[in-house]
Design a protein. Structure first.
Length: 268
């Protein structure tokens, strides 16, 4: 089990106050890493993140506020981490824009504004690209590191509109078309960096979760679980092991892959 040990390693997690951010942090911390989280200045401090910081202390889990679209901020943050914390060995590109099922702003497919799509791509793919450039370059210089891009089952398949037909929305709810497209692009970007930086000792992989339990209505959960060979949605605990595997020396010869953690959803 020593190959899973992250003691002494420094990890960066973007979008740390989002739905999955605290799960990634907790998994890395439990494995021994020191974690620096990054999120927007306006992002609310989640109870789960606060709980983890209380358990591990601010020296093991820090929070830096800024926009991953701001290159100057990222460079300053990298240099600050190098000076005050150390050279990062793990990067989790978790920041992203998604729209969960529900009565939020919806559009007919032919009316989806290009601005909505542009914003998704700017964060989900261009933001991840820029973060990888800036923090990954420090890993390349050090000659080691693991970069993990958080994908989605919708990088592989299109959302099934039948899962959402029962929702009371007008127009009917659509999973944003740019979301899956941006995650598919992220998978390709993963392979691109993996081939370029592998010779320098930096591995780049993707972890693509399936549907994760989180307050969905009962009808959605029933229909979704009917589409999963394992017959259930993912729990947050289901994601911890795969992340630590990719972050640690347990995956020392794993590079350029997409690890799907979706209960078999994309197997049929």
């Amino acid at each position: 089990m020593k190959h899973f040990d992250l003691s002494g390693k420094i990890a960066i997690v973007t979008g740390v106050l989002g739905k999955l951010g605290a799960t990634w942090c907790d998994a890395l911390l439990e494995a021994g890493a020191t974690v620096v989280g990054i999120d927007l200045p306006a992002a609310k401090l989640s109870p789960s993140f606060s709980d983890i910081q209380n358990r591990y202390g601010s020296s093991r889990l820090q929070l830096y506020r800024g926009d991953i679209g701001d290159r100057t901020f990222l460079i300053e943050t990298r240099d600050r981490i190098l000076s005050e914390v150390g050279t990062p060995a793990i990067l989790v590109n978790n920041a992203g824009i998604d729209q969960p099922p529900g009565p939020a702003k919806t559009y007919l497919l032919e009316d989806v504004p290009i601005e909505v799509c542009r914003q998704v791509f700017e964060v989900n793919i261009l933001g991840a690209f820029q973060v990888t450039q800036i923090f990954g370059s420090a890993m390349v210089k050090a000659g080691r590191g693991s970069i993990i891009n958080i994908g989605s089952l919708y990088a592989s398949v299109s959302p099934d509109v039948r899962l959402y037909e029962h929702l009371d929305c007008n127009p009917p709810f659509l999973k944003p078309p740019a979301y899956g497209a941006s995650k598919a692009a992220l998978i390709n970007l993963t392979k691109y960096f993996a081939t370029h930086w592998g010779p320098s000792g930096v591995r780049v992989n993707a972890l693509s979760p399936g549907g994760v339990l989180g307050g969905q209505d009962e009808e959605f959960k029933r229909k979704f679980c009917d589409r999963v060979p394992l017959g259930r949605m993912a729990t947050l605990d289901d994601l911890r092991g795969p992340l630590v595997f990719l972050a640690s020396d347990a995956s020392a010869y794993v590079n350029g892959i997409e690890l799907k953690v979706d209960g078999g959803f994309t197997a049929w």
